[in-house]
Design a protein around this ligand. Structure first.
Ligand code: HPA
Length: 257
């Protein structure tokens, strides 16, 4: 994988003015690009020296206009379960923040731990549990950043009003990061629920820490693909996420424009 500086130089060579908003598209969320007017696409291999390889995750940066609003999209992301350190997995966040990104919308699939949440519900994240990054924190040095409010209040309110407007079923809740690549054991899930998590997933949190350290405003949006306590597999996760792509497009379009 390239260094931050190498990737930064490639970005600025291709993109004169980096958009203010970046959306990281998780499993199933890429459909939003179908209705977008694409200005530029750069594959991750060219940009970062490696491509994202997990089924359901493409790997390209897309600069596009959605209803006239110019936005950057990451179609696919790097995950720690692919063998990257959380610092490597968050290279795009540091690079794009340096290039001019000020707002970050993180989307991802999740499993529901809260028994009130159902498959197909959206979750507007109110907080994250960072504990499981203790041995692989993406931040370096004595930065001691404040994380008392990781998600931006105005963006959260806009997400709530957009979901309400489009009658998209949603909850607000706490996301816990689980390294993977295996799903959690029943005992893990009970432990994570006991810690206060409503949903569990394998991304978002490293990106949140890095973006907060760079003073980027963040919105976390997750989609419940499975009930964590019920047996499930990756294909089912992708199938559920794809089923809801219409709602995801509405949600993102409403949020961004
Ligand atoms: N656990 C972890 N990550 C996930 C899940 C899950 O149940 N569903 C989608 N991503």
């Amino acid at each position: 994988m390239f260094t931050d500086q190498q990737s930064f130089e490639i970005v600025v060579k291709h993109i004169k003015k980096f958009p203010e908003t970046l959306v990281v598209l998780g499993s199933g969320w890429s459909k939003v690009l179908d209705g977008a007017k694409i200005e530029k696409e750069i594959g991750y291999k060219e940009l970062f020296g490696v491509s994202a390889t997990v089924p359901g995750h493409e790997g390209r940066l897309v600069i596009a206009k959605i209803k006239g609003k110019r936005v950057a999209f990451m179609a696919g992301r790097f995950h720690t379960y692919e063998g990257y350190t959380s610092r490597q997995a968050t290279t795009p966040i540091r690079v794009f923040a340096k290039a001019g990104m000020k707002k970050l919308v993180l989307t991802a699939a999740c499993g529901a731990l809260n028994e009130k949440f159902k498959v197909g519900d959206f979750v507007i994240l109110s907080d994250v549990i960072t504990l499981f990054l203790a041995l692989d924190n993406p931040l370096l040095g004595p930065t001691f950043i404040d994380v008392s409010e990781v998600f931006d209040k105005a963006l959260r309110e806009k997400a709530v009003s957009t979901a309400t407007k489009f009658k998209i079923p949603f909850h607000e809740g706490t996301y816990v990061y689980y390294h993977g690549p295996n799903f959690e054991t029943p005992a893990d899930k009970m432990a994570l629920r006991f810690l206060g998590a409503d949903v569990v997933g394998m991304s978002i949190v490293p990106e949140v820490l890095v973006a907060r350290s760079l003073k980027v405003d963040i919105l976390g949006l997750s989609f419940v693909t499975n009930l964590a306590f019920v047996k499930h597999d990756h294909l089912e996760v992708l199938a559920e996420a794809n089923k809801a792509s219409g709602k995801m497009v509405k949600m993102l379009t409403g949020l961004l424009t």
